[in-house]
Write a new protein. Structure first.
Length: 217
């Protein structure tokens, strides 16, 4: 399908914000048309590619189009996708202000990948196996593991999607209030969350490290 400048108008504005005054609008439209119409690249990937090509900040892109989980990268500010809930765990944390807060975390999946997520508010009444549509999430990473964060600006709603509903991705049939799965140390793997272990401390030593340029013990 051929596109025109009107089709791209809001997305051109989005790219302008991410690259500053480095590009004229007509250049952006021309590049978008080439990526989308000639190369068949989805709009979200095309926008990100143009911004990176011209040394802009992809994280500044605000208008996300729907992505597959495998297309999601760290540092994105507005991520939209559909996925199936693999697991849901309720967790109590202490905020920087010292107050207690309930959040929910677990894994989501689609046909392309599985990712960790954190829902930062109470009232998450969805269950493993539910299919959800997520709008305006953001992503961060820790030890090269991407986490999808669903904060105040994010909208999460259950939807009907037969393909995702029938997708076999190993749903964890566990209620939200149950404690994490008890595992032995030998069975722990990178990226696991909400697990419990029983162990005995054999040795303790003091180490000096540098965190953000400051020495700590």
């Amino acid at each position: 399908m051929q596109t025109n400048e009107t089709d791209f108008e809001t997305h051109v504005d989005d790219i302008v914000k991410a690259v500053g005054d480095k590009l004229e609008r007509n250049v952006i439209v021309s590049e978008l048309k080439r990526y989308v119409d000639e190369y068949g690249i989805d709009l979200a990937t095309a926008k990100e590619s143009i911004v990176r090509k011209h040394y802009g900040n992809p994280g500044a892109l605000q208008l996300g189009t729907e992505k597959l989980l495998a297309q999601i990268r760290t540092g994105e500010n507005s991520v939209n996708f559909k996925a199936k809930l693999v697991s849901v765990y309720r967790k109590e944390i202490t905020t920087k202000e010292g107050t207690q807060k309930v959040i929910f975390e677990g894994e989501i999946g689609d046909a392309t990948s599985r990712l960790r997520y954190t829902y930062w508010n109470e009232g998450f009444d969805l269950q493993p196996g539910d299919v959800i549509e997520v709008t305006n999430a953001y992503t961060k990473s820790w030890n090269d593991v991407i986490t999808v964060n669903m904060g105040d600006r994010c909208v999460v709603k259950p939807i009907q999607d037969e393909e995702l509903a029938n997708l076999d991705i190993g749903v964890v049939k566990r209620t939200m209030n149950q404690p994490g799965e008890e595992l032995e140390l030998v069975n722990l793997k990178p990226g696991m969350s909400n697990v419990s272990v029983k162990l005995r401390i054999l040795d303790v030593e003091t180490r000096k490290i540098t965190v953000k340029g400051e020495p700590k013990t």
